[in-house]
Design a protein around this ligand. Sequence first.
Ligand SMILES: [Zn+2]
Length: 389
Amino acid sequence: MLRRSLSETRRDFYMHPELSGEEQRTARVIAARLRKLGLTVQTRVGGYGVVGVLEGARPGPTVAYRADMDALPVQDTLETAYRSPVLGVKHACGHDVHMAVALGVAEVLATLRDELAGTVKFIFQPAEESLEGARAMLAAGVLESPRPEAIFALHVSPIPVGTVGVATGLCLAGMEEFRVSFSGQMDNLDVLSARAASALRALSGSKAPTGMATFNALIRAMRAGTVSTHDVLVSCWPQNGAPTAPEHLLGLVSLPQMSLQDEVHARIRQTLDGLVAGTGAMYNLRFTFSNPPVVNDAAVVREMLPILENVVGADNVWVFRSPYPFAHEDFALYLEHVPGALLWLGIANPARGIARLLHTPDFDVDEDALVVGVRVMTTLLLYKMGNAS
Ligand SMILES: [Zn+2]
C-alpha cells in the first residue's frame, strides 16, 4: 500500500518535470501535501522552495531533511507508461524519487506526532542542478527558527536497489566555473577557442565514468578508499563569443579538495599563456562561480551506521572511504552550517535492465527504492530526535 502511493507520487513528479528555477507546479503539489498532513508550511523560500515543519507533541531537538525538486534538460527515452510528456525535460537525476521519499517520511512521522519528541524541518529545495537553490534558501533563512541540530539528504545512485551508501567524510567534489574571452588581432578565433578547450581539458588527471562498468569500478575504489583526491577534472566548452554571450570558453573544474584551487588556477593560466603566445591575442580569464565539496560529518556518520545496518542489513550498507569526485551538490552549503550527511540510495537493478548513470536519457529507477528510502530516513530522523526505537 505504501509502495503504491509512493510510486504514484513519484510518477506524478516524473510526468511533470520542471527545470531549475521553474518548479512552480512541483512546489504547489508539495505544499498542498504537507498542509494536508498538518505541517506548518512556508512557500516561496528562496525561489520555489517549500519548508514544512512537523512539531512533535513533546519538546526535543530539531532535525532537518532536505529534498531537491528540479528536473534536467534531458530528453526522456524510456518506454514507460509514465514517461515525461515534456519535450526535452526529464527527472534524470532522481529528484522525483527524493521528493516522493521525503513526502512519504512526512506522512509516516505525521501519524506519529502525538508520541513524537522534537521537530522535523522538511526542506524542499528548487534549483539544485544549477547549484543556486541552496544558496537562495540559506539567504532566506531556511536554517533559522527553528535551527536544526543536524541535516540529512538522500540522493539516488545506480548502486543496487536495497543498498544504501554513505561516505565517512568527503562525499562529493567541489567545483569552480570559469569563463575565458579572447581579444586582439586574430584571424581564426574559432580555431584558438577549440585548441584552448582541448588543452584545458587535458589538465584533467582523471576521467568521469562513461558507463556502468567504469562507474562500478569507481564505486569499488570508493569503498576501498583508493580514489585519488589529487586529480582534478576539467571540462571545457567553446562558446560563440557573440555580444550576448561574450565568452569564448565556458569551463568547469571538479576539485576533490578546495586546496587544489591555487595550483589549478595557475595551470589554467599557464595553458592559456602558452596558447596566445605569439598570436597577438590576449585572454581574459574569470572564475565566475563555485560550489564547495560535500563533506559528511564523521561523527554523525559513525553514529548512523548501526542504524542503517539495522534497517537494510549490514551487507547492504556501503561505506565509502573515498569521495565520488565528479559530481557536485549544493547540499554542501547546508553542511557548512549544520553537521549532517548525504546518503546514497541504491536504485539500480541490472536483472530488470535498470542500470544507468544519472543525467542520461534512459536513466531509470527500481521503485522498490522508495520504500527503502522512507524506512531509512524515518528511522534516522527518529533516532536523531531521540525517539530511538
Ligand atoms: Zn541530483
